[in-house]
Design a protein around this ligand. Structure first.
Ligand code: GZL
Length: 326
């Protein structure tokens, strides 16, 4: 056999072995399709980063990430694409709780486990997803309401007529439903508290400012604004200042919010925000732990809450901020 033919055969054999090596390396990676809500808030950015830094090739994963820009139809398209790509797992942070049965059934028919992260789904058949990991939104709301009661009491305002407005999150999202319910449970315990109005700020700073501007035009006696995430609070604070009013511990209007991102600590240190109620976004490692258990054939808990706290201006915020991961 002449040298040329031999060299072609050797090259082909090497290419084949490399391809098969690459294929086997590729085969060893666990493919995860992740349908993320969007990039609407600092919390969401931290949540996305947690997944991207966890589901790396070095850690044995191939992550296929989709940003749905807060649109359910985009998330459904992404899930269908993951099914076509025959991923090993689908992770979804559902933008709203309803409208998922059909596409989840398609994933089930394809034999692909679905893990829910962050927000929940309202399903008649909860076998359509393997498990959910996220924050306890009702508890976050109740903790916020109780903090406000204690704060007002400490100021000698426990019996005063208190006018409250709420800038809600995306209507129909678990975080909005739970936080609104939780705060409402505490408001109901105080007959001297009045919830003047509630409107959605879509969990964004721009919309939060717009809603607060409208509240300030409609009501001249607002004592408290409850923002269902920190970014809405940043917008509300800008609107309050633009209207010539003050906010925070020494201001006209008490401002509280949810998430506890780093920028919320900056706002409390600046004296604008009174308190923030944590919603831990670092779900990546938790979901990876779940996948590893499933890979090992182990059972996993259906509902898995992450640990959460709250922070206010009575605390050593500079020290806490120095340790914060998001
Ligand atoms: C909470 C999450 C919410 C955050 C917002 O788990 O769903 O969505 O509170 C984000 O910042 O937009």
């Amino acid at each position: 056999m002449n040298k040329k033919v031999v060299s072609i055969l050797v090259t082909s054999a090497m290419a084949a072995s490399m391809f098969s090596f690459a294929a086997s390396a590729e085969d060893e990676l666990i493919t995860v399709g992740y349908a993320q809500v969007g990039a609407e808030s600092d919390w969401r950015t931290a949540n996305t980063e947690s997944f991207k830094s966890t589901f790396t090739e070095e850690n044995g994963y191939q992550l296929i990430f989709d940003d749905a820009q807060q649109k359910q139809e985009n998330q459904i398209k992404a899930i269908r694409s993951f099914i076509q790509q025959e991923v090993d797992y689908i992770v979804i942070a559902p933008v709203v709780e309803t409208g998922w049965e059909t596409v989840l059934q398609e994933a089930a028919d394809a034999g692909i486990p679905v893990i829910l992260s962050d927000r929940q789904m309202d399903l008649a058949d909860d076998s359509l997803y393997t498990c959910w990991v996220g924050g306890n939104f009702v508890k976050e709301g109740e903790t916020c309401g109780q903090w406000l009661a204690d704060y007002l009491e400490a100021q000698g305002r426990g019996e005063e007529e208190i006018n409250i407005v709420t800038i809600q999150g995306t209507i129909g999202a678990s975080a909005q439903i739970g936080r609104t319910e939780g705060v409402g449970n505490i408001v109901a315990q105080h007959e001297n508290w009045k919830m003047l109005d509630m409107q959605s700020g879509e969990f964004t700073q721009a919309k939060g400012q717009e809603v607060m501007e409208s509240f300030l035009k409609s009501y001249d006696d607002i004592d408290v604004v409850i923002c269902e995430n920190d970014n809405e609070a940043f917008g509300a604070i800008d609107a309050i200042k633009a209207a010539g009013k003050t906010c925070g511990p020494d201001g006209d209007i008490i401002v509280v919010s949810f998430d506890s991102v780093k920028a919320a600590f900056d706002s409390m240190i600046a004296g604008d925000l009174n308190a923030t109620f944590e919603c831990n976004p670092l779900h990546g490692p938790r979901v990876a732990e779940i996948i590893q258990k499933l890979e090992a054939g182990e059972d996993v808990e259906k509902i898995q809450y992450v640990d959460e706290a709250y922070f206010d201006t009575s605390m050593d915020l500079e020290s806490i901020l120095a340790e914060r991961l998001y």
